[in-house]
Design a protein. Sequence first.
Length: 367
Amino acid sequence: MNEVIGVPGKAISPARGIPMWALGVVALTIEFALWLWLLVLPVVQHRGVAAGILCLVLGPLLLRLLIAFASYVVSRVKGIEIPAELRLGPISWCRFFMAEYLQLCVQNLLLIPFRTLFRTAAERGDTQGGGRVLLLQHGYLNNGGVWFPTTKALSAMGYRVFTSDQPAFASIDAMGAKLAARIDEVLAATGAGRLTLVAHSMGGLVCRAYLRSFGGDKVEALVTMGSPHHGTFHAFVANGENGHQMRPGNAWLRELSEAVVPVPFTSIYSVHDTVISPQDSSVMPGANNVRISAIGHVSMPGGARARDVLVRELGRLHAREASWVSVFVCNFLVPPAPSLGRSIFCRPVTTGCWSTADCFRAGSNCG
């Protein structure tokens, strides 16, 4: 087994184990087999085939409804007091909860088990262009498939988007070492010198573990979404070493908190997070902490509202490094027609991207 040197004095092997998509397929197969045995076949005998098929469809959906509601209840019992101005009325709460529930169903039943169908454009070989490179890291018991709606939108904006898959159960340090190998792969494929890390949930800890061990020379910025930087009470029912490492107050989290994040760092968190409890566990000293509301935990990697916040924050981070001289040239000296060719001063990453806002939003390499 190849070893990667991370924390001084420690040899960290990249995480290995069963791919999450395979685990997802096996879990779905077992679940549907149980539904058939325990519910569908008895219903077919007494009520007919149509009723049995209806039970086979509704059973998995009702199970996930119970899971989503139970997670919400725990998040409120162990969560922060929501400011009065951010509390949800009955209709707003129903919209919030249904969005969270539908995301859970789509992820569990489609995106995770059939992950190979949801590769990004860059992962399928389209690595050309001048757009900034993004590497998206998933959270606990997920894989890169959960990012699919977001990767599709970001790719359309001109970013070169990649994802990183981790095994279901491994130490977060080992996942950080695997992330290091993935970063090297992505940089080699694109020819870029650095990339931006975007992480959801446990993925934020994986990225911080990577930065602690390997430094920030290859990373432009870090954005985490709903990450348990100080742990979450939900982790007390999580399996695996990574699950134990997310429990509040454990020694591993305390050691990680002593390491300074060496790159520009934004932490996006929701006061209505349904998995991070308490919700302010995502708040990090020294980071740009962005508070949002009416968005649940499962909705963050694929939901439209969370994606809008992510795009805005990526624009802010990348705008810091843009050259205002080049932006001026891009906006006022370059003919505003893509057919006239690219400027040597500003390399737009989407067709027709010739405005300051578009340059920043699409992450062009201005400057």
